[in-house]
Write a protein that binds this ligand. Structure first.
Ligand SMILES: *[C@@H]1O[C@H](CO)[C@@H](O)[C@H](O)[C@H]1NC(C)=O
Ligand SMILES: *[C@@H]1O[C@H](CO)[C@@H](O)[C@H](O)[C@H]1NC(C)=O
Ligand SMILES: *[C@@H]1O[C@H](CO)[C@@H](O)[C@H](O)[C@H]1NC(C)=O
Ligand SMILES: *[C@@H]1O[C@H](CO)[C@@H](O)[C@H](O)[C@H]1NC(C)=O
Ligand SMILES: *[C@@H]1O[C@H](CO)[C@@H](O)[C@H](O)[C@H]1NC(C)=O
Length: 415
């Protein structure tokens, strides 16, 4: 918090200081008619304030969402491109979603708040975004639908097509569907976020990343009952560092291979703790498809009672009906697991189920120690068609090659 206040202070004083960079301008949503009593629909006021900010003549306008107030917003899209090269949103106040799903009548059901085609956007502050998602969790359709029809409720916060995005400090709770989607973006830094929803809320992923590159997610808490972070097709150069994740489904890559070519590469997950998650770190692909999941590393990870800590699943088929058995497959290669410790609530703590035709190559385990909390059961690893090496790893991963000195996997000192 100290650091956050400090950064806000620096940011404001920097832009408020008259000088060479020219005039700055502040756009307070209240000046555009927002009430902030948690009941009045403030969507129109926010849209007006955004338009003014986006067309500001100054280089660094700041949109102000003032503290202590609660702004009720219907679905709103804040679109660019904007005139200024950078825009700050100072989010000290809070934003809540409508109580009723009917507020989405006439709007795209897929989203609640969206920023599209905005470059140089920084959203910073200690305010809370509350999706009030409970109504959607039990029934994500707007109206009654015939049996078998599936609906997807809104993503709470969407960033689509952006260059240079910073999101820092905010609290984000109880989204209708996933909390945040980053899609078709470049140069993104998220930090000091607190994202949470009840353990039982369905499809409330923390952060979903697709088609994006140079993304950093740092020092945040994410516990939503679903994926903390999910990285899908077309994403590369993603760093995930200092995340406390859980309850939920852990950190996952995929599922890749559902349609056509899918590639995810250069994903580095470091210094994360996964507590009480169903899966831990997971790479999943459907049968079929072409493309790659490669140059992926998991380092300094701690599991606290994860059900299935380490998974590669190339037979992903959650519904278990019409699961295909294809000859093509996504290539998984150059994946390393290093300095990982922790506990699992099951005994199958590592499951590398690689494609029957393509297989996984250059899979590396170094200093990985995972134990089972199941009384009387010893942790074991399952691996199919995985190729690579391990050293200083328990349980041993049969199928991978032991480095010299491992003696079939067991270090001499352990007997
Ligand atoms: C990810 O981390 C590596 C190593 O610390 C660094 O070289 C790279 O610039 C980082 N990438 C991003 C997008 O932050
Ligand atoms: C690791 O992550 C935690 C947050 O979970 C953070 O407080 C700590 O500074 C990080 N350590 C390093 C070495 O990055
Ligand atoms: C998939 O097909 C191959 C032959 O292409 C066969 O050997 C294998 O048993 C099949 N796997 C499943 C799960 O049906
Ligand atoms: C893990 O391994 C088993 C084989 O023992 C397999 O049948 C199972 O479906 C695998 N995948 C997951 C995601 O558990
Ligand atoms: C690592 O595994 C590969 C096969 O996957 C093998 O060719 C190589 O010799 C192994 N390296 C070591 C140091 O054991």
């Amino acid at each position: 918090m100290q650091e956050l206040i400090f950064t806000v202070f620096i940011t404001i004083s920097y832009v408020l200081t008259p000088g060479a960079s020219g005039a700055t301008s502040l756009f307070n949503v209240v000046d555009y008619g927002a009430v902030g009593d948690g009941k009045t629909d403030d969507s129109a006021a926010f849209s007006k304030a955004w338009k003014a900010t986006c067309n500001a003549p100054s280089r660094n306008p700041i949109l102000i969402i003032p503290a202590t107030k609660i702004f009720l917003l219907k679905p709103v899209t804040f679109s660019g491109p904007c005139k200024p090269t950078s825009i700050h949103v100072l989010m000290s106040g809070n934003i809540v979603a409508p109580n009723s799903k009917m507020a989405w009548k006439g709007f795209h059901i897929n989203r609640w708040l969206a920023f599209t085609h905005v470059n140089g956007l920084t959203i910073i502050g200690s305010g809370t975004i509350n999706g009030r998602g409970a109504a959607w969790w039990s029934q994500p359709c707007l109206h009654k639908v015939p049996k078998g029809v599936t609906c997807k409720g809104p993503t709470a916060l969407t960033f689509y097509s952006c260059n240079g995005l910073v999101l820092k400090g905010i609290r984000h709770i109880n989204s209708q569907r996933n909390h945040i989607t980053i899609s078709n973006c470049k140069d993104v830094t998220f930090s000091n976020l607190h994202i949470s929803a009840p353990k039982t809320s369905p499809n409330t992923d923390g952060i979903d990343i697709s088609g994006s590159s140079n993304v950093q997610i740092l020092n945040s808490f994410i516990g939503t009952g679903d994926d903390c972070i999910a990285i899908s097709s077309g994403s590369s150069h993603i760093n995930i560092t200092g995340i406390a994740c859980g309850p939920g489904h852990g950190i996952s890559i995929g599922a890749l291979g559902a349609h056509g070519e899918d590639t995810v590469e250069e994903v580095h997950v470091r210094n994360c703790t996964l507590k009480g998650t169903m899966t831990g770190v997971r790479i999943k692909t459907w049968q079929g498809g072409v493309g790659n999941a490669r140059r992926i590393s998991f380092e300094k990870i701690r599991f606290i009672r994860a059900d299935s800590p380490i998974i590669i699943d190339q037979y992903y088929c959650p519904s278990r009906v019409n699961c295909k058995n294809e000859t093509s497959g996504i290539r998984i290669s150059d994946v390393s697991y290093r300095s990982i410790i922790g506990t699992s609530t099951t005994d199958k703590v590592i499951n590398l189920s690689c494609d029957q035709n393509v297989g996984c190559t250059n899979i590396q385990f170094n200093y990985v120690y995972i134990t089972s909390t199941v009384p009387g059961k010893k942790a074991y690893a399952f691996s199919f068609n995985a190729h690579g090496n391990y050293t200083h790893t328990r349980p041993v991963v049969k199928g991978l090659q032991a480095y010299p000195g491992e003696e079939g996997g067991y270090l001499k000192k352990d007997g």
